[in-house]
Design a protein around this ligand. Structure first.
Ligand code: CMP
Length: 144
């Protein structure tokens, strides 16, 4: 079955003009873009999205930061896209993300790590449903 993942360029990535760079890396890898929008996320949406971090010391700062400006939300499709995306994105802590990954190449702070990617197929399904209406996700095929 085709796999999909939720990818979001965070406000620091948008402000640093890295949206095109992120899209380029996913496209040249071979994944298919099936949904894309820029939005200023509401506090309620972010509380839902980051529910697993509720109560952690960095939670208020995390919400304030992701809510501080527009993000670019995307759905990408392709073989093993959840796991492969994690590799393209790199480790959460930029001090541990390898050069060649998005965070490894562009970030030095955990609180400003450019991009979010779903960590499992289940998270991806939950996050896609949270950020996109079904009709905003567009199925398309290459012509042979
Ligand atoms: P991500 O993995 O996309 O989702 C949770 C986010 O919380 C993570 O990226 C970081 O941006 C943020 N985060 C994790 N740990 C910390 C921390 N110690 N301080 C600030 N932000 C953090």
């Amino acid at each position: 079955r085709r796999q999909r993942t939720f990818i979001m360029v965070k406000p620091d990535g948008v402000q640093r003009r890295l949206v095109g760079e992120v899209i380029k890396r996913f496209e040249t890898k071979g994944f298919k873009l099936v949904a894309l929008k820029q939005l200023h996320a509401s506090d309620q949406l972010l509380r839902n999205h980051y529910a697993e971090h509720d109560g952690k010391p960095f939670f208020p700062k995390l919400l304030a930061y992701i809510g501080s400006g527009p993000v670019v939300a995307m759905v990408w499709e392709g073989a093993n896209v959840v796991d492969v995306s994690r590799k393209l994105v790199g480790a959460t802590r930029p001090s541990e993300s390898a050069p060649g990954t998005i965070r490894g190449d562009f970030a030095i702070e955990v609180g400003r790590n450019i991009i979010h990617g779903s960590d499992s197929v289940e998270s991806a399904q939950r996050e896609i449903a949270l950020w996109f209406r079904p009709e905003e996700v567009v199925e398309w095929n290459d012509h042979s």
